[in-house]
Ligand binder design. Structure first.
Ligand code: GGG
Length: 356
C-alpha cells in the first residue's frame, strides 16, 4: 500500500481487562499517541470496561451486542483476561475467544526476539528472532465434547479437537508465505506419533500446501522435541507453524527462554482485513504481581507496534519497537528482566526515547 492510500484516522477499541492489563495498557497508549502526533495520524480510543469485574457485577464479560460494537472499528487492543475469582474458561470463552472466532482471526502471530543487551535465560544461543504462527480458531480450542455423571465415580469429560482442511490450509499458506520471505525454513509442530487422526492430517495438509512454495523447506518436529529445542537451541528456529494449543504453549516457552513472557506480543489477525484484528500481549492478568507496579509493559507496547504495522503505519511501528529496545539495551528494565524499574519508570524512559 502506498503511503497516500493509508488511512490517517483510526477507531481502536481498548479492552484493558483484568489484573496487569489495567497497568500495561496506559503506557502503550501513551507511546502510541505520541507517535501518532509525530507521524500525522490520529487514534480515537474507544474504551470498553469488559472484564472479570464486569462479569462479577453483571454476569457477562461483555454486552450481548459486544461483537457488533467492535465490528466497525479498525482494531482491538486487549490487555489481559482472568482472575482467581472466576474459572478461567468462563473469562476466556466470555471475551477473547468469541472475538477471535467471530472476526475470523484465524492467525495468531507471536514473535520471539532476544532484545539487544539481553542474555537468553536458559540457552547459549546469542540470537533469537523467530515467529510462531498459531492456528487461532479451531484445533484443541473446541466446544465439542461434554461432561457427564458429575460428582459420581463414573464422572467423565470428553474434549474433542477439530481440524478442518480449510483451517489447516490457510494457516499453512500464511506460514509458508512468511517463511518464503524470511529464511525459507518452516518448522511444523506435530504429534503424529501419538495423536493418530488429527496430527497425520495436519502433516499431510501442510505438506500439500508446501508444494505451492518450492523455496521453503518444511521440517515436521514432534512438539515434545520442539519444546526441548526451543529451550536449548531457539536460534535454529525461524518460522514455526502450530495448532492452537501447541502454538500457545510453545510461544510462552520461547518468550520465557528469550528473557520473559512479559515482553511477548501477539497479533490475532484476520489477514483479509474483512474484520478488525486484535492485538494483545501473550501474558495473562498475572494476579500475583497486579497492583504492585512491577508489570513489564513491553508485551503491550510491542502488540501496539504490531497493530500500527497492520494499520499500515510502519514507520511509527518501527519507532515504537526501537524505543523500548533502546531502553533495554541501555540496561534499564523491569524486574522480570533483572532490572529494578517500575512499570511507570520504564514507560517514562521509553517516552523519553520517542521524544529524542
Ligand atoms: N493477553 C490476553 C490474555 O490474558 N491471555 C491469557 C490467556 O490465557 N490466553 C489464552 C490464549 O491466548 O489462548
Amino acid at each position: 500500500m502506498e503511503n497516500s492510500e493509508i488511512k490517517q484516522s483510526y477507531a481502536i477499541d481498548v479492552i484493558a481487562g483484568d489484573g496487569i492489563g489495567q497497568e500495561v495498557m496506559p503506557p502503550a497508549i501513551a507511546c502510541i499517541d505520541m507517535l501518532a502526533a509525530k507521524h500525522d495520524f490520529t487514534i480515537t480510543w474507544r474504551e470498553r470496561d469488559w472484564s472479570s469485574e464486569r462479569y462479577l457485577r453483571d454476569g457477562t464479560m461483555m454486552p450481548a451486542n459486544g461483537i457488533e460494537q467492535l465490528a466497525d472499528g479498525d482494531g482491538i487492543f486487549l490487555g489481559a483476561v482472568g482472575t482467581p475469582d472466576i474459572p478461567d474458561h468462563i473469562t476466556l470463552w466470555g471475551l477473547l475467544i468469541p472475538i477471535r472466532r467471530d472476526f475470523m482471526q484465524y492467525i495468531n502471530l507471536r514473535p520471539t526476539k532476544l532484545l539487544p543487551g539481553l542474555k537468553p535465560r536458559v540457552t547459549g544461543a546469542d540470537s533469537i528472532d523467530l515467529l510462531v504462527v498459531r492456528e487461532n480458531v479451531e484445533g484443541e480450542y473446541s466446544e465439542l465434547g461434554g461432561r457427564a455423571y458429575r460428582g459420581r465415580p463414573e464422572e467423565l469429560a470428553i474434549q474433542e479437537a477439530l481440524f478442518t482442511r480449510r483451517g489447516v490450509e490457510r494457516v499453512a499458506r500464511f506460514a509458508l508465505d512468511l517463511a518464503s520471505r524470511r529464511s525459507g525454513r518452516l518448522v511444523s509442530a506435530t504429534k503424529s506419533n501419538g495423536i493418530i487422526h488429527s496430527m497425520p492430517f495436519w502433516d499431510e495438509v501442510i505438506d500439500e500446501v508446501g508444494k505451492e512454495f518450492s523455496s521453503v523447506t518444511i521440517e515436521p518436529v514432534l512438539i515434545d522435541a520442539l519444546a526441548a529445542r526451543g529451550v536449548l537451541r531457539p536460534d535454529t528456529l525461524d518460522v514455526v507453524v502450530a495448532s492452537n494449543l501447541f502454538g500457545d504453549i510453545l510461544s510462552d516457552l520461547l518468550s520465557a527462554a528469550a528473557g520473559s513472557i512479559g515482553i511477548a506480543p501477539s497479533a490475532n489477525l484476520n489477514p483479509e482485513h474483512e474484520f478488525p484484528s486484535l492485538f494483545e500481549p501473550v501474558h495473562g492478568s498475572a494476579p500475583d504481581i497486579a497492583g504492585k507496579g512491577l508489570a513489564n509493559p513491553i508485551g503491550q507496547m510491542w502488540a501496539g507496534a504490531m497493530m500500527l504495522e497492520h494499520l499500515g503505519q510502519k514507520a511509527a511501528a518501527a519507532e515504537l519497537t526501537g524505543a523500548f529496545e533502546s531502553v533495554v539495551a541501555l540496561g534499564h528494565s523491569t524486574p522480570d528482566l533483572g532490572g529494578s524499574l517500575s512499570t511507570e519508570e520504564f514507560t517514562a524512559a521509553v517516552i523519553e526515547q520517542i521524544n529524542t
